[in-house]
Design a protein. Structure first.
Length: 201
């Protein structure tokens, strides 16, 4: 859906640019025509102005079309490069979470060192911010906080793929691989309730 809306936005932008170019060229052609063809037979002047406007509109359309094509090509190249990075990130982090023993600590650190430059280069802003938050919380917060930050990272990756995620609630992305997610969610909601109550009194 997000990709579709982006395409609609690009078409609307192209239509607006073309309309603006046509209006600008028509105004310029009329102005130049009056200056250049002042005193010339009106029929000849009108034909010349029409020819000039046609040429200018064609050139403007080609230039704008090339610009839009180039932008789409760059977006497609970025998308093709980021998909393997996201797949590697999600697979590596799932391995780390599911095999959380000290023997894999060096392997995990190596994986994090290797994947971070690729994320900085190719990830969207939302994914990069979620990755930074997850890394900070994994180092300084409780394991439950880190797990829910991981879910935010997964949501950001899915949004960048084009998924809306409107039907997903907190914990839904974690449930397939965390067995006690309902207990963790209950504890998390209780903690939130405890934090809210003192300010309400």
């Amino acid at each position: 859906m997000r990709v579709f809306m982006k395409g609609i936005g690009s078409l609307a932008l192209l239509a607006a640019l073309l309309l603006g170019a046509v209006e600008g060229v028509a105004f310029l052609a009329r102005y130049v025509g009056r200056q250049v063809f002042h005193g010339v037979n009106p029929t000849v002047a009108a034909a010349a102005v029409t020819a000039m406007a046609t040429v200018l509109v064609t050139v403007a359309t080609l230039v704008i079309g090339r610009y839009i094509e180039r932008r789409k090509a760059i977006e497609a190249e970025i998308r093709a490069s980021k998909i393997p990075v996201y797949n590697r990130l999600v697979s590596g982090l799932l391995r780390t979470i599911l095999n959380h023993d000290s023997a894999n600590a060096d392997e995990t650190a190596q994986f994090l060192r290797e994947v971070t430059p690729d994320l900085i280069t190719w990830a969207s802003d939302d994914v990069l911010l979620a990755w930074s938050k997850f890394k900070r919380e994994a180092q300084s917060s409780t394991s439950e906080d880190a797990v829910f930050s991981f879910e935010e990272l997964l949501s950001a990756v899915r949004r960048d793929y084009g998924h809306t995620g409107r039907k997903l609630k907190e914990g839904d992305l974690l449930a397939p691989f965390i067995n006690d997610i309902d207990e963790q969610l209950a504890r998390r909601r209780a903690q939130r309730g405890n934090r809210v109550r003192p300010s309400e009194s």
